[in-house]
Design a protein around this ligand. Structure first.
Ligand SMILES: *[C@@H]1O[C@H](CO)[C@@H](O)[C@H](O)[C@H]1NC(C)=O
Ligand SMILES: *[C@@H]1O[C@H](CO)[C@@H](O)[C@H](O)[C@H]1NC(C)=O
Ligand SMILES: *[C@@H]1O[C@H](CO)[C@@H](O)[C@H](O)[C@H]1NC(C)=O
Ligand SMILES: *[C@@H]1O[C@H](CO)[C@@H](O)[C@H](O)[C@H]1NC(C)=O
Length: 451
């Protein structure tokens, strides 16, 4: 009896772990526009996150066996690291700004970390020499990486200046690219809550844009929709890091830097790729929609289109089942491609870290032009407490059109410690958005067209 019971419990646990691995899939209710706190309150929150992040620096330096991390820049030629350590009310590193991160031990214990100089007299170098002489770090890291942008932010002029100003022994500095990568990529508690609000607002925008409230078939263009998104983002007091890209999907439309330039028609399969920026964070989302042939009485999308979305959802599941902290992007990419082959799914994977930047530092899994192996960025490992954008497409044959189309989806995931699995920050698309003009039409589309 006990045996039967325990087998039963294990079976239930396995089924649960398969079926309940993601709490948030397609949200049940329409998404709502969410407001963010006042700018003053945001600044308070951002500074608390920054303090939390800075408090981890000594442990980070020790992890990579570095005693000090020296970052030097001039106003308007920032090291990317600066944007992730600045105070909420700082908008530029003035004059020459020099930061010295330390391990909080020996002579610098109890001093601010980083030590910050803002200087235009050259005094900083005397003081820095004095500090370093006392501190006597064995390994100083400089951001001189050749491949990873976030770790290569020391401008050549700054390097030449340092080289002249510092005794040679300090200039046997090391390049430790993971310092910047891990510092910038690691999330802190509290960020997800606000990210979710941003992500729900993004969904609310897509649900509105991909509806008869905004699209009138035969009249509205993909470019109208792109500018609708831009204005809407601004109206929500957010900004963006990319021009929204709206496409009518055809066999030729490949993921790229632009949407298509089309008047939207009944029967079109639509796609959007866009993101918003707020509170030092960025989103990156792709959804698809179908314009019902309402004039022919169509009330549902052809089932083959729904199957295409399902196939892309299955690819998301495959990637998430392979992704584990400590594995490299290329390992995950290759095992995911293998699993797709076993399931007879063809498509492409090109996932990336997301957070302080939409294309944030860390391991990538594929690029659109590097589908199977990515040098450098693909060789990095997935880090704990980081977020990823699961970006991919599945090929699916659509018999109604006698065409194979790409079903392109993108959504952010985060690692849930107590479930030991990834979850979507807000949800993922499992059903096409439908544009149902004119049966339930309201006046929004007409307004858009007139303006
Ligand atoms: C942020 O503000 C605090 C308090 O004014 C200051 O000590 C610190 O140096 C500032 N950080 C940077 C990166 O300038
Ligand atoms: C945007 O900011 C303005 C000015 O602070 C405010 O009146 C408005 O309510 C905000 N809009 C949203 C959608 O939060
Ligand atoms: C694999 O997929 C292709 C194209 O979608 C299809 O033609 C073929 O029959 C499938 N093969 C198997 C073994 O399912
Ligand atoms: C479907 O497309 C293929 C090639 O793209 C073509 O050879 C074939 O004749 C088409 N079938 C129909 C029914 O139009």
């Amino acid at each position: 009896m006990m045996k039967v019971l325990s087998v039963l419990l294990i079976t239930i646990a396995i089924i649960r772990s398969i079926t309940c691995s993601y709490a948030q899939l397609q949200p049940k209710k329409p998404s709502q526009y969410r407001s963010l706190p006042s700018l003053r309150e945001q600044a308070r929150i951002l500074d608390a996150w920054k303090e939390r992040r800075l408090s981890r620096v000594p442990a980070l330096l020790k992890k990579y066996d570095v005693d000090a991390w020296l970052v030097s820049m001039r106003e308007h030629a920032e090291d990317p690291v600066w944007w992730s350590i600045k105070n909420a009310t700082q908008f530029a590193p003035h004059r020459r700004t020099v930061l010295l991160f330390h391990t909080d031990t020996s002579s610098l214990a109890g001093r601010p970390n980083p030590l910050v100089w803002v200087d235009n007299t050259g005094e900083v170098w005397d003081e820095l020499r004095f500090i370093l002489m006392q501190y006597a770090p064995l390994r100083i890291a400089l951001n001189t990486d050749r491949n990873i942008a976030f770790s290569g932010g020391l401008h050549v002029g700054e390097w030449l200046e340092l080289y002249e100003q510092m005794p040679q022994e300090w200039m046997k500095a090391v390049n430790e690219p993971m310092l910047a990568v891990e510092y910038i990529a690691t999330r802190v508690p509290g960020q997800l809550e606000y990210y979710r609000l941003m992500q729900e607002t993004v969904w609310a925008m897509i649900e509105e844009a991909f509806s008869e409230r905004v699209i009138q078939p035969g009249v509205t263009s993909t470019v109208d929709l792109e500018w609708w998104f831009r204005e809407k983002i601004q109206a929500r007091n957010m900004s963006t890091w990319t021009q929204p890209r709206v496409s009518v999907i055809t066999p030729d439309s490949f993921p790229g830097w632009a949407g298509t330039d089309d008047i939207i028609q009944e029967g079109d399969l639509l796609h959007v790729d866009f993101g918003v920026t707020a509170m030092g964070m960025n989103t990156d989302t792709q959804h698809m929609a179908y314009v019902l042939r309402t004039s022919e009485g169509e009330t549902e999308a052809p089932s083959s289109l729904a199957e295409g979305i399902k196939k892309a959802n299955r690819m998301q599941d495959i990637v998430l089942s392979q992704m584990k902290a400590g594995q490299t992007g290329n390992e995950i990419l290759q095992s995911s491609l293998k699993q797709m082959e076993a399931e007879n799914i063809s498509g492409q994977i090109y996932c990336h870290p997301i957070g302080d930047y939409a294309h944030a530092p860390g391991a990538v899994m594929g690029f659109t032009n590097l589908p199977e192996y990515v040098p450098v960025l693909g060789e990095l490992s997935i880090l704990p407490d980081t977020w990823y954008s699961i970006e991919l497409y599945a090929y699916h044959f659509v018999p109604e059109r006698n065409e194979t189309l790409r079903f392109r989806l993108e959504e952010t995931v985060y690692w849930v410690n107590n479930r030991r699995g990834w979850d979507f920050a807000y949800g993922r698309q499992e059903k096409l958005h439908l544009i149902n003009w004119p049966t339930s039409a309201v006046h929004g589309a007409k307004l858009l067209v007139q303006s």
